[in-house]
Design a protein around this ligand. Structure first.
Ligand code: MLT
Ligand code: ZN
Length: 455
């Protein structure tokens, strides 16, 4: 149901007239996703200031049978945060306050609209770090990263977003506000609602704030870019690094075609004179002694073809850029299909080598770009040269991943992009449990009805 004039007036009374956006030019910034693959439309974007306003907005929309799509920084990659069916967009960006910063306990409370980058800076200011880091840090928000259980570059070290949550405040689809922001490290008092809401993709409740645990900052970080001549060699090396280097912070993977594209798109020179098949970006804490331990391990492994090491922040950032620039470089050649899969270590290399051929067997004109989080078994399969609505390559890639023991979503979520294939990873009993939870917490199906289970 589309919002009526009367509903818009009601929403304006709750959030103030300046915060219900109906100007189509401004609305355009909220209706298409970052990739350009998912383009929706809406008559209104509502921008509440706090949980009470979110609850009031939800209750009037519910009464009118109008669905809402919660949105943070709009950096989602699976069409889960844009109004593909004319839903009202509930933008959480104004909930951008950081409070109750505790330098002793290493915790803070962040509103849903605070960016990940702002949490990182607030943590650094008190001598701590935030365990989640991702390339979209300055746009992605706390609420969105909780809704999708974002992973990113340091899952190996600190776990995913769920692992950082000491508590959340959220408005459920029933309109009830649940809040548990005390931040106790040990608190076994019943169901852990943060775990349930984290990764629920805005289908059960709208996260409005979170109590986040902070982690010790990396100590004298060392960054290396390691070139390898084979995919299995890269996968095996990632495993040895995890086993042998206690200060390991990150192990990221990309390949020759992706590096060429990054260099063309950014104008940055290639890292080595020769091309190599695979590359790992490795970060570890510990300065010179850690660099020496890494060098010893790399030489002993026999897999390394070349390497560059940086102990200072500027050259370290330059090495990271080869990996982090992949998303933008791929976007620059057209809207990609993004399939974000995890494979078990035993089939990871085989999947990487099989997937481009599987794609071209049904879409000869398509190009496949692979990169990801090697230590997590998480490969981002990006396919360009295919129409946004053509789902044939999605089917081939996701079915291949599932057949090889993998998950169809490592970190981006299901959204609208992968709903059709959720059954590849979830049993009928699990799906019916999901539906039971959805009915209990969002009985009128107003929160993201088109996402995860909907359709
Ligand atoms: C990344 O690992 O860079 C992100 O998941 C974004 C992407 O997959 O493009
Ligand atoms: Zn990723």
């Amino acid at each position: 149901v589309a919002p009526t004039e009367a509903l818009v007036r009601q929403l304006e009374r709750i959030v103030g007239p300046g915060h219900v956006v109906t100007d189509l030019e401004v609305i355009a910034g909220y209706t298409a996703d970052f990739t350009g693959r998912f383009r929706g439309h809406t008559a209104a974007v509502v921008r509440p200031l706090d949980a009470a306003q979110v609850a009031a907005v939800l209750s009037v929309c519910r009464a009118e049978g109008v669905a809402l799509v919660p949105q943070g920084g709009n950096t989602g990659l699976v069409g889960g945060g844009v109004p593909l069916r004319g839903e009202v967009v509930l933008s959480l960006r104004r909930l951008d306050v950081i409070s109750d910063v505790d330098p002793v306990g290493g915790q803070l409370t962040a509103g849903a609209g605070v960016t990940v980058g702002a949490v990182q800076r607030a943590a650094t200011d008190i001598g701590w770090a935030y365990g989640v880091d991702l390339s979209s840090r300055d746009s992605a928000t706390v609420g969105g990263t909780i809704a999708t259980n974002a992973g990113g570059l340091r899952v190996l070290r600190h776990g995913d977003t769920r692992a950082q949550l000491l508590g959340v405040e959220a408005v459920l689809g029933t309109g009830e506000v649940v809040s548990h922001l005390g931040g106790l490290l040990k608190d076994n008092t019943g169901y852990h609602l943060p775990s349930l809401l984290c990764g629920s993709e805005g289908t059960l409740g709208v996260v409005t704030a979170a109590r986040l645990r902070l982690v010790p900052p990396p100590h004298e970080p060392v960054v290396a870019l390691v070139a390898l001549s084979s995919v299995p060699g890269a996968v095996e090396l990632a495993g040895s690094l995890r086993r042998e280097l206690p200060g390991l912070e990150a192990v990221e993977l990309f390949f020759d075609e992706g590096l060429d594209l990054v260099c063309t798109a950014t104008g940055v020179a290639p890292p080595f004179a020769r091309r190599h098949r695979a590359y790992l970006v490795v970060e570890l804490s510990g300065g010179e002694p850690a660099a020496a331990a890494l060098a010893g391990l790399l030489e002993g492994s026999g897999a390394m073809a070349n390497s560059a090491v940086a102990l200072d922040p500027v050259p370290a950032a330059a090495l990271w850029r080869y990996r982090e620039a992949h998303t933008e470089a791929i976007n620059s050649i057209g809207p990609p299909h993004k399939m974000d899969v995890t494979l078990p270590p035993a089939t990871l290399a085989e999947f990487v080598e099989a997937v481009p051929g599987a794609v071209t067997s049904i879409a000869p004109q398509a190009r496949t770009w692979l990169f990801g989080h090697a230590a997590d078994g998480n490969i981002h399969v990006n396919v360009t040269g295919v129409a946004p609505e053509d789902e044939a390559v999605d089917a081939v890639v996701l079915e291949l991943a599932a057949a090889m023991g993998g998950s169809i979503s490592a970190e981006h979520g299901i959204g609208t992009a992968k709903r059709r294939w959720l059954h590849l990873n979830r049993t009928p009993a699990e799906l019916s449990t999901f539906a039971t939870l959805k009915r209990a917490l969002d009985p009128d199906n107003v929160l993201n009805p088109n996402v995860l289970l909907g359709g």
